[in-house]
Design a protein around this ligand. Structure first.
Ligand code: SF4
Ligand code: SF4
Ligand code: FES
Length: 242
């Protein structure tokens, strides 16, 4: 079967034996038998290290957990610096981890129960594969945007009983954070660990509101200048009777 890899923005087609195997096994076949210069990341080969994420067709996947089909086209994750072939840099993510302080800021020394752990369980399953960053339209145009994985992680630490300073986490995600997301849901669709960053961002918006924050976009929206349903010229610009 045929497998196309986008390398350095050019297509390269490889012929590999027919069979049922994963994308990663196909890449390893090429590396061992056809082209030793091909570069890609692999670690656990069992879906837990997050290193092998790439795009197959149009979707971000873990190459070790995805079966290969004849004619598949593989490319590196989007929105990240390509180091070589399918290998992308993790620098932006590491910078964001520091910038948005996605660790405990002030230890509460609280005891935690199994129920407390369950509240942060899902977000703790993130394997840092970066698929959500690749799929995010906001991150594609604004590299200062905290991004889906970071915001899920902020919710995780905001809900962690060991964190004594919940507000510090919320303060840090007001700019280039919770209000910049378009809630498109791409991140949730591609996450191999079934995290739901879109929902986590909505929850962070709710928590932000409890600290007195509001969507800064509201300030630039005009609700005047139109007829409201009472006929007032400077009303809300909205008439529910029409
Ligand atoms: S829901 Fe928000 S964070 Fe997720 S991909 Fe869309 S814009 Fe990015
Ligand atoms: S949130 Fe999901 S898609 Fe994003 S880095 Fe973590 S595991 Fe990968
Ligand atoms: S090699 Fe570890 S997740 Fe694929």
């Amino acid at each position: 079967m045929k497998l196309t890899i986008i390398r350095d923005n050019k297509e390269q087609v490889f012929e590999i034996p027919d069979g049922k195997y994963t994308v990663l096994e196909g890449l390893r076949y090429i590396k061992i038998n056809l082209d030793r210069t091909l570069s890609f990341n692999q670690g656990c080969r069992s879906g837990v290290c997050g290193s092998c994420a790439c795009i197959v067709g149009d979707k971000e996947v873990l190459s070790c957990k995805t079966f290969l089909n004849d004619g598949d086209v593989l490319k590196p994750l989007k929105n990240l610096v390509i180091i070589k072939d399918l290998v992308v840099s993790k620098d932006t993510i590491e910078e964001n981890i520091k910038k948005f302080k996605t660790t405990i800021i002030e230890n509460s020394n609280n005891q935690t129960s199994n129920i407390d752990v369950k509240k942060i369980d899902i977000q703790s399953n993130c394997i840092l594969c970066q698929s959500c960053y690749s799929s995010c339209p906001v991150f594609s145009v604004n590299k200062d945007f905290a991004g889906p994985y970071i915001l899920s992680r902020v919710l995780r630490y905001t809900n962690d009983k060991k964190e004594a300073n919940q507000k510090a986490h919320i303060d840090l995600v007001q700019e280039n954070g919770v209000w910049d997301c378009t809630l498109c849901g791409n991140c949730t669709l591609v996450c191999p660990e079934h995290l739901d960053p879109k929902n986590d961002i909505q929850l962070l918006r709710n928590i932000s509101a409890t600290y007195g924050y509001m969507d800064p976009n509201f300030a630039s929206m005009s609700f005047s200048g139109g007829l409201d349903f009472t006929g007032n010229q400077n009303g809300f610009g909205f008439n529910p009777n029409f």
